[in-house]
Design a protein around this ligand. Structure first.
Ligand code: SAH
Length: 218
């Protein structure tokens, strides 16, 4: 059986719209990026299934609806400089790169840095820089960021990340225990203070690092 990925992609986007994703830029980007190139070959037939899928190194490629929800909350604009923590497959970085000017993405596992690099290079993205390291510390060299998205769940919002937000910058990440979390949205107000709002329940793999979970907590 051959799979019509263009059709499946369009159906996924229609489903996202029905579930309340109304950000045109996000929907357009998700209608463009070939998710089938980011999922492992063993899961090609589920490339457009609305759920998380396994990646090497016991990680997961996030559910499309949750990716869309997080990016919608960031109110992305074309001139934005964006930081993503947890590159994984590179899928969400590709979506971001369709919408904004510059994407920096940090991944702690070398195996996944290579996995994402191969795919993003093949697709010809020139506005994504992949860095290997502990993303709980952010990526200070390219700060401040207009938006930060963390694709792994921590016990709190790391202060290093929050401090790398520019004025009116928005950060979204899952916060909670290692089993259950809620999306937290943090933004820097013009007076330098931070706003904080708690959104929907989600389930992500753990954010492991000096301002996240320690390896031995697992
Ligand atoms: N955005 C990805 C999904 C990421 S899954 C996609 O679209 O496919 C979460 C990722 O966060 C995993 O790859 C995991 O290795 C990574 N991660 C966990 N802790 C991290 C840390 N401190 N810094 C950077 N990456 C981290």
């Amino acid at each position: 059986m051959t799979l019509d990925f263009d059709k499946l992609r369009a159906e996924m986007v229609e489903d996202l719209r029905k579930r309340g994703i109304r950000d045109t830029a996000v929907l357009q980007a998700m209608n463009t990026v070939p998710r089938e190139q980011f999922v492992p070959n063993s899961h090609l037939e589920h490339a457009y299934y609305n759920g998380a899928l396994p990646l090497p190194a016991k990680q997961t490629i996030s559910q499309p609806y949750v990716v869309a929800l997080m990016l919608m909350a960031l109110k992305l604009q074309t001139h934005f400089n964006v930081l993503e923590i947890g590159t994984g497959s590179g899928y969400a970085a590709a979506i971001l790169a369709q919408i904004v000017q510059q994407v920096h993405t940090v991944e702690r596992k070398e195996e996944l840095v290579e996995y994402a690099k191969t795919r993003l290079n093949q697709l010809g993205y020139v506005n994504i820089l992949i860095h290997q390291g502990d993303g709980t510390l952010g990526w200070p060299d390219a700060a401040p960021y207009d938006a930060i998205v963390v694709a792994a769940a921590g016990p709190t919002v790391p202060l290093s990340l929050r401090d790398q937000l520019g004025e009116n910058g928005r950060l979204i990440m899952p916060v909670g225990s290692q089993k259950k979390q809620k999306l937290h949205l943090v933004w820097r107000k013009p007076n330098g203070q931070f706003g904080h709002k708690i959104l929907t329940p989600v389930r992500f793999v753990p954010l492991i690092g000096s301002q996240g979970w320690q390896k031995r907590d697992r």
